[in-house]
Design a protein around this ligand. Structure first.
Ligand code: GLU
Length: 495
């Protein structure tokens, strides 16, 4: 088969030079694993911190795993997290296409080039089981590597199906360098002559990633440490082609505990699950950044922009990081507290409206009393359910030593303040606050002695976000008066 050298030259000529280029190469699985999000983030940060390009490549050659809408999950996650790519399937770029399934013709050509260069050979053994990437437990004995040119031609002429295998040297050893793991050397005879091109002409991951990384001019390959053991084979491929080997940055797994990796199948949350559990995307991203990378110093809260400024590959650790949901919760509450009131109100609104449906109760005002008091957005409904329905509370709630309140005091306070509240025209924060403070002074009691029973009567709960004034304002005059009158009736009945 004649090789079209001009075409290879053109492919080479397209490769951008003189800049750092990293790629995030997810397979469309339908969800974003926390470890993958971290890989995306580190890949992005390496590019950005060195003024380089961040490229998105979709690795969909394993068609068996096709999931509807899965590519959108990737785009949406990158967009929500602000990990903007410079080249990718949706925006194009100089070395496209950026979806592996659209590059399929190219891999076979490179495999044929590799055969010519002595780095691969056709194998006619017809062992389909050996074709998949992970069927490496039984080493192929390499017999087809020893076929003579005449034998090969005869088999081709007879139309025998074949795969293309990598030709691994039998002697010697291969060393590769990883920024995180250092130099690793393996004896070549421990490496298998892996299938590069399957009998259907499609590449295996092991081949496609090397071809793509080279043709896309990738300078830093960032990926999970599960690929470490394949790196020597990749180096041998680069060497056979005579190509530069990229810088490898393998990242240790994100663990659920000391023994096992985080896994969606075992119920660990994906990025989307965390969003659904009420975590903010920037809090997740900040926390994920620290799973396996440490900034210098004690500081932990970093925006994406700040991470870009401080990120440094040497801070990536090779010990596996344990995902700690409590720690993430802490980050989340910090992000919630630091958010602008407008942003928090927008985030909280759906949760607020899931329980408080009366449009007269202002979701923005409810958000304002919640902002300093919730760790995750999903905390919201149970914190504010009393707005929509007054709980059936015991009168003991009125007893509060610090506020100098008991049931008798509560009854007298509520009875005293009700007519004033009934007469109040300006039912807003300042109006209600002014009235209560004035009334407490007139009654000769501490503000708390009056505020406490008003808040309990209005909410029916010992602990609420917001105080008496905020709660009465949000409930509105009519509902507040109804609840206060009900409290008076309860307290009288309990006497
Ligand atoms: N498609 C591979 C994965 O999702 C990416 C491996 C790589 O980055 O080289 O695991």
């Amino acid at each position: 088969m004649a090789l079209d050298y001009k075409w290879f030259e053109e492919m080479e000529a397209r490769i951008p030079k003189g800049e750092v280029r990293t790629r995030f190469a997810p397979s469309p699985t339908g969800y974003m694993h926390v470890g993958n999000l971290r890989t995306a983030l580190y890949t992005y940060l390496i590019a950005r911190s060195m003024g380089g390009k961040f490229i998105l490549r979709i690795e969909d050659t394993d068609q068996g795993r096709y999931v509807d809408g899965a590519v959108d999950v990737i785009y949406n996650t990158l967009r929500d997290c602000g990990l903007t790519h410079d080249e990718g399937p949706d925006i194009g770029g100089p070395v496209g296409p950026y979806i592996q399934s659209q590059r399929r013709d190219l891999y076979l050509k490179y495999a044929e080039l590799l055969i010519e260069k002595g780095g691969a050979y056709r194998c006619f053994c017809g062992k389909d089981t050996d074709e998949s990437d992970d069927a490496g437990f039984k080493k192929y004995d390499g017999r087809c590597a020893r076929l003579s040119p005449e034998e090969i031609q005869a088999k081709l002429d007879a139309g025998m199906p074949y795969v293309i295998r990598q030709k691994i040297p039998r002697e010697g050893e291969t060393t590769f360098s990883d920024v995180v793991f250092g130099d690793i050397t393996v004896p070549n005879d421990s490496l298998d002559d892996n299938v590069l091109i399957k009998s259907d002409g499609l590449p295996t991951y092991n081949f496609a990633n090397v071809i793509d990384d080279h043709l896309m001019g990738i300078t830093h390959v960032v990926r999970g440490s599960e690929y470490l053991s394949s790196a020597p084979k990749y180096n041998l491929l680069y060497q056979s082609f005579g190509w530069d080997i990229p810088v490898y940055v393998h990242c240790s797994p994100v663990m659920r505990d000391a023994h096992s990796k985080m896994s969606k199948r075992h119920g660990d949350p994906s990025y989307e699950d965390l969003l659904a559990q009420g975590y903010l995307n920037d809090a997740i991203l900040n926390y994920v950044a620290l799973l396996g990378w440490s900034p210098r110093g004690e500081r932990e809260i970093y925006s994406l922009q700040e991470l870009t400024e401080v990120f440094d590959i040497t801070g990536i650790s090779k010990s596996p990081a344990i995902f700690d949901i409590e720690k993430l919760k802490y980050f989340n509450s910090e992000y919630i507290r630091a958010a602008s009131p407008e942003r928090f109100a927008a985030l909280a609104e759906p949760y607020i409206r899931s329980v408080v449906t009366d449009p007269a109760m202002d979701a923005g005002k409810i958000a304002a009393i919640l902002q300093q008091r919730c760790e995750v957005l999903t905390d919201i409904p149970e914190k504010i359910d009393f707005f929509s329905a007054l709980p059936d509370y015991p009168t003991d709630l009125f007893i509060h030593k610090k506020s100098k309140c008991d049931t008798a005091v509560a009854l007298s306070m509520l009875t005293a303040v009700l007519p004033d509240l009934e007469a109040l025209d300006s039912w807003d924060h300042d109006g209600i606050y002014g009235l209560l403070v004035e009334k407490a002074a007139a009654l000769g009691v501490k503000n708390a002695t009056l505020m406490w029973p008003v808040r309990i009567a209005a909410s029916g709960k010992a602990v609420t976000p917001g105080g008496a004034v905020e709660i009465c304002e949000i409930l509105g005059k009519e509902e507040t008066l109804r609840r206060l009158r009900l409290a008076v009736a309860r307290l009288q009945a309990a006497e």
